[in-house]
Design a protein around this ligand. Structure first.
Ligand SMILES: [Zn+2]
Length: 482
């Protein structure tokens, strides 16, 4: 396939900026910031885009580490969006086939959202430069989405109208295959805390004076366990008790349980949430306590559009699979062995586009976007096949040449697809047509309660505990796009 002049120019731009992509990706790896606390990460990404000439909105929808960057005028509007958060206790040295934390107990990247961020920023820079050079009309909107591991930001962005003027959107995510996917790929979810308020008392001398909030949590748990038998087989519910009192001789005046309620459909999620609220109200009634429900996030299932998948896949094939060295393959096989997976090494071929993909049980907060505009999903090959994410093995490749080469290929495919969409409004019209057929008569209504504010302090305490210890490992180099 011969490349159009703007695309060839964008690919050259990405090759020339290989170093910037690598330093950006590795910098974020060493920042290792958990959801809502991605301060260094967001500052670096927004500075780079602003220097490049993008109009910047920081603190989007009340997310201190969220942003929207815009460039261009007229024509179609294409949105890019991705996440950049790490996970607790996932600190892992890169390039080693053994468990060795950078800082014992600290958060870290063990999936690859650091590479997601570098791919999106690099693709945005290259696309913008190609549009400028060739006088292409169109508007690029680049969204930074904090707290994906807590499924937070993008439903708020949709609710607040930031996708109202968008024609199509693309989400890029790390994987071990280089490919586009479409169909219903993830399930929907409500993440909510059920907080019970009672009254404390001495547990031995005057327990009759107390109203026990922990009792309510326990009874809600019993009620949910009984409900499991009557749930639909597609539903999943899981919880942790986040507050259960301080010591046994004080009846807890406050207790809380945090539930994730999932189903492949938004209607199923809504049904689960309504039932959970009834059970919680019942528990409050039984214990003379008061119930408070705090929704942390509420996301629709993710749906990938077929037309955009075809556009992305054509670009994946034009870019081609990275060539891996023997050393890279050896690291991949060693990690697979440590993870108990077959030592098949890194993939050497691009899988054909097939679909629709089967719907799997994780969720991603980009789901809401995929029901308001056609959304494409690009996987780029920057991690090793069959490693369990959020495990040290999946952290070990993330600042190596595997991540760098896979990220470079991903940035090209993403930039190439966006340039195709700007060059041919017919593609966007077709994406809208297939989108209408895909969603059928489902009407999008946010699962997020109206007026809901983002939990800006989430994970603040955890990150404060670790940031200074992690800072000594930050990279000294700063990415610069040439
Ligand atoms: Zn992810």
């Amino acid at each position: 396939m011969s490349l159009s002049a703007p695309k060839a120019f964008a690919f050259q731009c990405i090759d020339r900026n290989r170093k910037a992509l690598e330093i950006l990706s590795d910098s974020i790896f060493y920042f290792g910031e958990v959801g809502m606390q991605e301060r260094e990460t967001a500052a670096l990404m927004t500075d780079l885009l602003e220097t490049e000439g993008f109009r910047m909105t920081r603190g989007l929808s009340g997310f201190p580490t969220g942003f929207m960057a815009e460039w261009g005028e007229g024509g179609s509007v294409v949105a890019l969006h991705t996440e950049y958060d790490a996970n607790p206790d996932n600190s892992q040295m890169s390039g080693l086939a053994e468990r060795r934390p950078i800082v014992e107990g600290a958060p870290g990247h063990c999936e690859g959202h650091n590479v997601n961020a570098a791919v999106m920023v690099t693709a945005a820079v290259a696309t913008k430069r190609a549009m400028e050079k060739f006088g292409l009309s169109g508007r690029l909107k680049v969204f930074g989405a904090p707290g994906e591991e807590q499924l937070l930001s993008r439903p708020y962005y949709v609710r607040d109208g930031h996708f109202g003027d968008v024609d199509v959107a693309i989400h890029n995510h790390i994987g071990s295959d280089f490919r586009a996917i479409y169909g219903m790929t993830h399930v929907g979810l409500v993440s909510a805390k059920f907080i019970f308020h009672g009254e404390s008392a001495h547990s031995s001398t005057a327990p009759w004076k107390g109203r026990d909030a922990l009792d309510a949590v326990v009874l809600m748990d019993v009620g949910m366990a009984q409900y499991r038998e009557h749930m639909e087989p597609t539903m999943r519910i899981h919880r942790v008790i986040t507050e259960g009192g301080q010591q046994p001789n004080v009846i807890p005046a406050r207790a809380a349980v945090w539930w994730y309620l999932r189903d492949p459909t938004a209607a199923g999620v809504r049904k689960l949430f309504e039932q959970a609220k009834k059970i919680a109200q019942g528990a409050a009634l039984m214990t003379n306590t008061e119930l408070e429900v705090e929704v942390l996030s509420a996301v629709w299932p993710v749906r990938g559009n077929q037309t955009l998948a075809e556009v992305l896949q054509a670009n994946v094939e034009a870019v081609g699979q990275p060539d891996w060295t023997d050393e890279e393959q050896a690291l991949a096989r060693a990690l697979q062995e440590k993870a108990g997976a077959a030592p098949t090494g890194l993939r050497t071929a691009i899988p054909a586009l097939k679909g629709p993909s089967p719907q799997r049980s994780p969720s991603n907060d980009c789901g809401d976007i995929s029901w308001v505009v056609p959304m494409g999903r690009l996987n780029f090959p920057a991690n090793v096949p069959d490693l369990p994410y959020h495990n040290w093995t999946a952290g070990a490749p993330l600042a190596t040449s595997i991540a760098h080469k896979g990220g470079l290929a991903g940035a090209k495919a993403l930039a190439g697809a966006v340039l195709d969409l700007f060059a041919d409004p017919g593609l966007i019209a077709r994406a809208k047509e297939t989108f209408r057929a895909e969603i059928g008569d489902v009407k999008y209504e946010p699962l997020l309660p109206p007026g809901q504010q983002p939990p800006a302090d989430l994970n603040a305490y955890m990150m404060e505990q670790w940031r200074e210890k992690m800072r000594v490992h930050y990279l000294r180099d700063r990415p610069v796009f040439l």
